[in-house]
Design a protein around this ligand. Sequence first.
Ligand code: ADP
Ligand code: MG
Length: 139
Amino acid sequence: MVERTLSIVKPDGVRKNVIGDVIGRFEKNGLKVLALKMRHLSKKEAEGFYAVHRQRPFFASLTEFMSGGPVVLMVLSGEDAIRKVRELMGATDPAKAAPGTIRKDLAGSIEENIVHGSDGPDTAAFEIPYFFNTLEIHG
Ligand code: ADP
Ligand code: MG
């Protein structure tokens, strides 16, 4: 099924100059960029985005990190896009991520792990309109 998913190059990815590397991996694997923008999230915006994690011990640190520098937000589309992006990302902890994945190749820690991807259809349905309105999505 053709799906849409939200991905983010996190502040560590922007800082490390790997925006193109991450987007290139998506494009080479058949995903299409439907929307793209750079934003510096406020703490509140990061907290809203990660609201499902607000009870987790790393919530404060995660939202500090995510609002600590600009990010690249994008909507991707393709066959099985949600699972495909998650596969290309690799496990949350780069130490546990499979070889050849974005996190294994580029990430420094379980928190600063370069990239976000929606983890299911319901999540994508919340995350895409959190950052993009209909007119910004070229699908
Ligand atoms: P994923 O991004 O792989 O879907 P989660 O949804 O579980 O992972 O967590 C969201 C983000 O929170 C992670 O990508 C990472 O930046 C951060 N995170 C997750 N687990 C931890 C942890 N144990 N310590 C610090 N940060 C974490
Ligand atoms: Mg997640």
